[in-house]
Design a protein around this ligand. Structure first.
Ligand code: C5P
Length: 224
């Protein structure tokens, strides 16, 4: 039986990845957190492609893209992101990466570099992919498309708690500002902006628990 291809897009910290992971487990399909890939490239740039003033050297990054190998490995049930065989799953959640990732993600070279591998993963079906442009650009023919949104205060609270649970120091006001800036850059960029696909189902989960959001999504998928 063919398994569904599901696209989950939406604003930062609406729970896209953690929700997608649970749905993937329930449906026995693969989960790809595409934000982690953009974060991985940003981490690489921060380590290897800096100008003397500490800013990212974009040209340097573009010419180094072919040295980047990103892969997820299953580590006792947790998907762990490896950059050139090194576990970077904690580093990609750092404040430094969050502050720079939207600048990196708006670059055509970077988006082109990641596009084909994302598409090929969906060719056989049975995948849930979360990001910003999955329903609009990466998988426009997905069987199901969802677009998640929530109030900025609720999203700030979730992101702040996530950082604390990872042992990363953060200030709530800074977390909020980062979410606002990222959403603005992501929505206004020229290539593959953060946008609701015309045929996406919108879920505002401000007042929903994670479990309720998952149930809502599954209620649309159950008859597949
Ligand atoms: O999902 P997450 O918040 O980890 O994504 C980090 C950043 O990666 C986003 O703010 C956005 O700039 C970029 N991104 C993107 N396209 C995707 C997924 C993430 O541009 N499909």
């Amino acid at each position: 039986m063919k398994k569904p291809v599901i696209a989950i897009d939406g604003y930062s910290s609406t729970g896209k990845s953690s929700i997608s992971k649970v749905i993937a487990d329930k449906l026995g399909i693969v989960h790809l957190d595409t934000g982690a890939l953009y974060r991985g490239i940003t981490w690489f740039a921060l380590q290897n492609c800096l100008n003397d003033n500490g800013s990212i050297n974009l040209e340097g990054l573009f010419s180094s893209l072919d040295q980047i190998q990103l892969e997820f490995k299953n580590n006792s049930g947790e998907l762990v992101l490896y950059l050139n065989h090194i576990d970077i799953s904690k580093q990609i959640r750092s404040n430094e990466v969050s502050a720079n990732v939207s600048l990196i993600a708006k670059q055509k070279e970077v988006r082109d570099f990641l596009l084909q591998s994302q598409r090929s993963l969906a060719e056989k079906g049975g995948i849930i992919m979360d990001g910003r442009d999955i329903g609009t650009v990466v998988l426009p023919n997905a069987d199901f498309k969802f677009f998640l949104t929530a109030s900025i205060d609720e999203r700030t609270k979730r992101r702040y708690n996530e950082l604390l649970s990872l042992g990363i120091e953060a200030e709530e006001q800074q977390v909020k500002e980062n979410l606002i800036i990222r959403d603005k850059i992501d929505s206004e960029r020229e290539i593959a902006p953060l946008k609701q696909a015309d045929d996406a189902i919108v879920i505002d989960n401000t007042n929903l628990t994670k479990k309720e959001t998952i149930e809502s999504i599954l209620s649309f998928i159950k008859n597949f």
